[in-house]
Design a protein around this ligand. Sequence first.
Ligand SMILES: *Cc1c(COP(=O)(O)O)cnc(C)c1O
Length: 485
Amino acid sequence: MKEGQNKTGDMPVEEFRKYGYQVVDWIADYLKNVEKYPVLSQINPGDVKSKIPAQPPQQGESFDKIIKDVDEIIMPGITHWNHPNFMAYFNSTSSAPGILAEMFSAALNVNGMLWKTSPSVTELEEASLNWFRQMLGFPEAFWGIIYDTASVSSMHAIAAAREQVSQFLFRKKGMAGRAEVPRLRLYCTEHSHSSIDKGAIAMGIGVEGIRKIPVDNQFRMIPEELEKAIKEDKAEGWFPFCTVATVGTTSSTSIDPVDEIGDICTRENIWFHVDGAYGGIAAVLPEMRHIFKGIEKADSIVVNPHKWMFTPIDLSVFFTKKPEILKRAFSLVAEYLKTQEGETVQNYMDYGVQLGRRFRSLKLWFIIRYFGVEGIQNRIQEHLDLAKNLKVEIEKDKTFEIMAPMPFSVICFRFHPEQLSDEKSIDEINEKLMSEVNATGELFISHTKLNNKLVLRIAISGIRTEKRHVDQAWKLIQTKAKELI
Ligand SMILES: *Cc1c(COP(=O)(O)O)cnc(C)c1O
């Protein structure tokens, strides 16, 4: 037994106090100095693993040594999502109140599977999601639950959609080997997130059960095409059961017309899920509520506070008007989990695949309280403004072009010097530009394909991103681009 160690083997409380302060100091320094790190980790595959012994230590090690290895082994392999110049994908940054909430959550270590197993977990989730729902302007009819990620939220939407088709008794009889059951069809677009396809695969719909509806020139689902597809499918014996619209698609942040798609789904009695994992947060601004016009027609919605609301990953919010269908899909109460409270409380384990649940609502509650609705609105507005201004700057430089409309704070653009005219060379020079920019460690941007063209993306959604970072990013891109011609 190490000196000072108590009988349980855990760290003695006084030692915890000492290291606790030390870790908080470490975190504070990290947040203060995050800009000094290269945004994108500069290491090679295998570098981290090669520094970790292949066998676990037989004897316990000192905490000093463990912390030292965080600095020496782990930190070089970190890509800094918290860095103000992380402008790739959709940035997700953590804020101080969120970090502190995670400390409470780990310390309390409660499991909110049942109301009874920690009433505060269930009741704070209910209360904070009620706040969050109001902040986004969603009707009261929407009930909420927290899952880890949007991928899992959408998978549960598809599970509920399948359960809604009650006549086939999928829960009881399964889907395979049943000649009397038609093939189910789910509709989305090629711009929907891959998690929709994965969710459909997980739910037994099959890749062929996913039909991608054509989009217009702004990458939005064309409602008339959806209507046509449903009609065609029905004539061919498919059973349309679910449509997914996206508010803020992953490539270009386009917005599918929720209102019109909602009408079609209502008429056809098809489950209507809206994926607003990133873009949905913008609805905290009343002027942005138009993105969800017609949302009352949706059966379910996903919005991720861990993307654009400064919440440490992971925290995804799923809303549905039909929690009873979700419950019907999953509720399975073993004898040892039966409690006396009955219908007076809700047990979140009934609404999904997982039993154990972390105390995630704590961080949502901390963040909403610490920032206040106005504080969150101000940050989101700032990001929208920064992106608008940068777009103007990009437009001024005739060697660049904007490649998609910009409803939120993600700019899709590319370098297109007049010397180059064939698409292949333009793709190549943009790929080169991106890798050179990212190799500097000063900025991290990503790419996508739109209409078969390689397009660069700058996403401005980090809490630490200010005007000077955006200016610096643009200057770097311009400098590197000039060097390429
Ligand atoms: C990021 C994103 C997802 C996936 O989110 P996870 O929480 O990482 O699963 C799904 N849909 C959209 C539109 C997204 O932007």
